[in-house]
Design a protein around this ligand. Structure first.
Ligand SMILES: Cc1cc2nc3c(=O)[nH]c(=O)nc-3n(C[C@H](O)[C@H](O)[C@H](O)COP(=O)(O)OP(=O)(O)OC[C@H]3O[C@@H](n4cnc5c(N)ncnc54)[C@H](O)[C@@H]3O)c2cc1C
Length: 379
């Protein structure tokens, strides 16, 4: 579908594909087996501009558009979905809200190191009692004199163990519920702020998923991100962009499932011929490719709308809903095409299925995506 892309977008896509194939792919299996965070890859990605694709050079970014970012996340995730979400959570959930809602001082202070991959970022929104219902946040931030004091527990933060800059959501006026929520920037090492339990997961095993514990964590007024009590809106706007990052991650997993299946189907012989000769296999490949291209077009459309400054919440939800379910579909079919081999760790397709499942859950489950879409259609 190159005819839908500019020369510059094709160039970045192909550059990221080469980098991912040569540098990320060869490490992916071992890193996930051992649960190793790919620090060296993140450093190299930073040097290539991939930790701040869609942000201006004055803040250390690569100065490209959001479409280029979508293409980059897809290519990275094609070779390693863990690395894909490390880059996506960093960019969409930390760099983006600081760029969009930060003061000039905050942007100058945090963005250059984040966009160049010298520091890793994250967003801590979820809590034990506040998942899909993100407005039910119990972490509090109280203004005491010149300082904010935060108390509470955040859960499931991607990049939480490595992040040096965290955007943390807390309630500043519990009685006002979603109208009483604010966002804060917290640096690693701030007294009263520590990483707690790290989750053991089904997939994306090279990423950290961390608990944050805040105990009388004292922050200066300059750590407030955006306006006081406007943090829920900030989170929702941030998640709209984040969902396109996850849709792109899902596209990468679907594409890898297709590529591996085609290769295997041409090589594997049964009944004295390649299994690619059997119509049952051909139809699976046809369905996988059709679903992938439909998902790609939905993600492309929402990214284009974002680049044009149009409202794109519904379109982002549609792209994430479709692409995530298609990633699971394609990965499951890839295992079927690989037969018994697909069920073993000798091939990557079992990893694709484990990695695909989370795309249906984080940054809003498929049920919440359907809720966002229907709310837009029924208003
Ligand atoms: C690996 C991983 C990484 C993550 N990374 C981050 C991160 O970086 N930052 C962060 O803040 N969070 C992160 N999360 C949290 C993630 O976004 C939440 O897990 C997700 O939004 C769902 O919340 P929950 O787990 O509390 O499930 P629940 O909200 O408890 O949902 C349970 C089930 O109920 C359904 N449900 C809930 N409400 C409704 C409704 N109104 N209508 C219909 N069905 C409903 C859900 O769809 C789901 O099927 C991560 C989670 C994981 C597992």
């Amino acid at each position: 579908m190159d005819y839908l892309l500019t020369d510059e977008q094709i160039m970045i896509r192909d550059m990221v594909e080469k980098f991912s194939r040569e540098e990320i792919g060869p490490q992916a299996r071992e890193n996930q087996e051992k649960g190793i965070f790919p620090q060296d890859i993140v450093k190299k990605a930073g040097e290539l501009g991939l930790m701040g694709v869609a942000y201006p050079p004055e803040y250390g970014g690569a100065g490209m558009d959001f479409m280029s970012y979508m293409l980059a996340i897809e290519q990275i995730s094609r070779y390693c979905a863990s690395t894909g979400v490390i880059v996506s959570a960093h960019s969409s959930l930390c760099v983006d809200p600081i760029f969009r809602f930060g003061t000039e001082e905050q942007k100058k202070k945090y963005l250059p190191d984040l966009c160049q991959g010298k520091k890793i970022g994250c967003l801590a929104l979820t809590e034990p009692g506040a998942g899909s219902d993100a407005g039910a946040t119990k972490t509090t931030a109280k203004l005491e004199g010149d300082h904010w004091v935060l108390n509470g527990t955040k859960q499931f933060t991607t990049n939480g163990n490595e992040a040096e800059v965290s955007v943390v959501i807390a309630s500043t006026d519990p009685a006002q519920k979603t109208r009483g929520i604010s966002a804060f920037i917290i640096e690693k090492g701030t007294p009263g702020f520590k990483v707690g339990k790290l989750e053991h997961k089904l997939g994306i095993k090279s990423t950290s998923t961390a608990e944050f514990i805040l105990e009388d964590c004292k922050l200066g007024k300059e750590n407030l991100l955006g306006e006081v009590n406007k943090g829920f809106k900030l989170s929702m706007v941030t998640l709209d962009g984040g969902r396109l990052g996850i849709a792109s991650q899902a596209l990468g997993i679907a594409r890898a499932s297709i590529d591996d299946s085609i290769k295997f189907a041409k090589e594997r012989e049964q009944f004295d011929q390649p299994i690619a000769n059997f119509q049952a296999i051909q139809w699976m490949i046809a369905d996988m490719c059709t679903e992938y291209e439909a998902s790609w077009l939905l993600t492309y459309r929402a990214s284009l709308m974002k680049d044009k400054g149009l409202p794109y919440s519904k379109e982002a939800a549609m792209a994430k809903l479709k692409a995530s379910e298609v990633a699971s579909f394609c990965a499951a079919k890839a295992i079927q095409i690989h037969g018994g081999y697909g069920y073993t760790t000798e091939f990557d397709v079992e990893r694709y299925l484990r990695d695909a499942k989370i795309t249906e859950i984080y940054e809003g489950t498929s049920e919440i995506m359907r809720l966002v879409i229907s709310a837009n259609m029924l208003k």
